[in-house]
Write a protein that binds this ligand. Structure first.
Ligand SMILES: [Mg+2]
Length: 373
């Protein structure tokens, strides 16, 4: 993490709703989405510098809503940040102070912490990704497709080298995975059931896929989050790598998953763990325990995905991550798109305001809270 020196006090916290239309509906076992609405958090310091972060609404995974993110960011988290000069403490201070202020609310905390790190990175004249410790400016990402649904109609996802197929909605999903796999013989596929299967369904599905010659790179979260023993049983029975996503929000969840031998890889998301510092801590302990790492995101814009990609570039620069979320709302002919040749490319300018500039229109309606209010 980059060094810091006194900068200026934070004088305003503001939130606004970001609405982005998707070019293709996004379908998982948990929901069907045709637009992305999230909350942008903006911090302004006494020198007029602004830092941004993004918190996604994810009712069925994190339980956060647009209203709860706004209330949290403008309430207890603003109480922590207003009047404080982020340059006067180590860069990890904000994450710790925000985590002490509220239980849960990972998306709101992550948005606020990212905005602080954006200010600090600008003060250090570094892009956020370098400020948090990465040496690379881009990471590879898969593209997530629905086994069910209308993916593929007029959408060119060919730039992505790896696909992750969402399953669990329908017993026929397994046949669809086999068909998709047969279109690229020998290429490993990723599948993600988003907790939709029980042990027996997961087991028979994996058996059918293996019997059909599908090479499974991994099976992500086949069972409900709390089914740690069931995940361990699937690993033993089939020898297929298991990714834990919804099972691991915090470092304490990770400890329980490691003790139960439940997974091979952990999918770290800022809205689950609460921000980049918490993500770094989870990555460190997972690596110590011999687990692989990937970074994912919720359905959010380039702003939130940029922060996730900064974490990904720091903890596992060579992995293929799960950071296609913003691609679904970007015009595929957009030459400024951060998605290039299957990679998410971070901007080299100080802070992360380039992403904010692309995503945040001047017309956005901000709810503001100033110091002393
Ligand atoms: Mg997942």
């Amino acid at each position: 993490m980059g060094a810091v020196e006194p900068m200026a006090r934070i004088v305003e916290v503001a939130t606004a709703r970001l609405v982005r239309k998707l070019h293709t509906p996004f379908v998982t076992a948990l929901r069907r989405t045709s637009e992305v609405v999230s909350v942008a958090v903006r911090l302004t310091d006494a020198d007029g510098r602004v830092g941004f972060g993004e918190g996604p609404q994810v009712w069925r995974v994190t339980g956060e809503s647009l209203a709860s993110i706004e209330a949290c960011a403008l309430g207890p988290l603003a109480d922590v940040l207003l009047g404080w000069d982020p340059g006067t403490e180590p860069a990890s201070y904000a994450a710790d102070a925000l985590a002490r202020a509220v239980v849960g609310n990972g998306g709101a905390r992550s948005a606020s912490e990212t905005a602080v790190l954006d200010l600090l990175a600008q003060g250090a004249q570094l892009p956020l990704v370098r400020f948090v410790g990465a040496t690379t400016l881009s990471v590879a990402t898969d593209v997530t497709i629905a086994a069910q649904g209308d993916f593929g109609d007029g959408v060119d996802a060919s730039q992505f080298g790896q696909v992750k197929i969402k399953v669990g909605l329908d017993p026929a999903d397994v046949d669809r995975v086999i068909r998709i796999s047969q279109q690229s013989p020998g290429r490993p596929v990723r599948i993600d059931a988003n907790q939709a299967w029980d042990l027996e369904t997961a087991s028979t599905s994996i058996e059918a896929l293996l019997a059909a010659g599908v090479t499974l790179e991994f099976v992500e979260q086949p069972l409900p989050a709390w089914e740690l023993a069931g995940h361990a049983e699937l690993r033993r029975r089939w020898g297929v790598p298991i990714v834990l996503d919804e099972s691991v929000f915090t470092i304490h969840d990770l400890h329980r998953a490691i003790a139960a031998d439940s997974g091979d890889i952990v999918n770290i998301k800022l809205a689950k763990c609460g921000g980049i510092h918490a993500g770094l801590a989870i990555a460190h302990e997972a690596t110590e325990a011999g687990l692989g790492l990937m970074v994912g995101s919720m359905m959010e814009s380039e702003l939130g995905v940029s922060a996730a990609a900064a974490l990904a570039a720091t903890i596992s620069p060579d992995a293929v991550h799960d950071l296609d979320a913003a691609w679904w709302s970007i015009d595929t002919t957009d030459t400024g798109s951060p998605y290039r040749a299957g990679r998410f490319v971070l901007d080299p300018s100080p802070g992360s305001t380039h992403a904010a500039g692309r995503v945040i229109p001047d017309t956005l309606a901000w709810s503001r809270r100033a110091q002393g209010q």
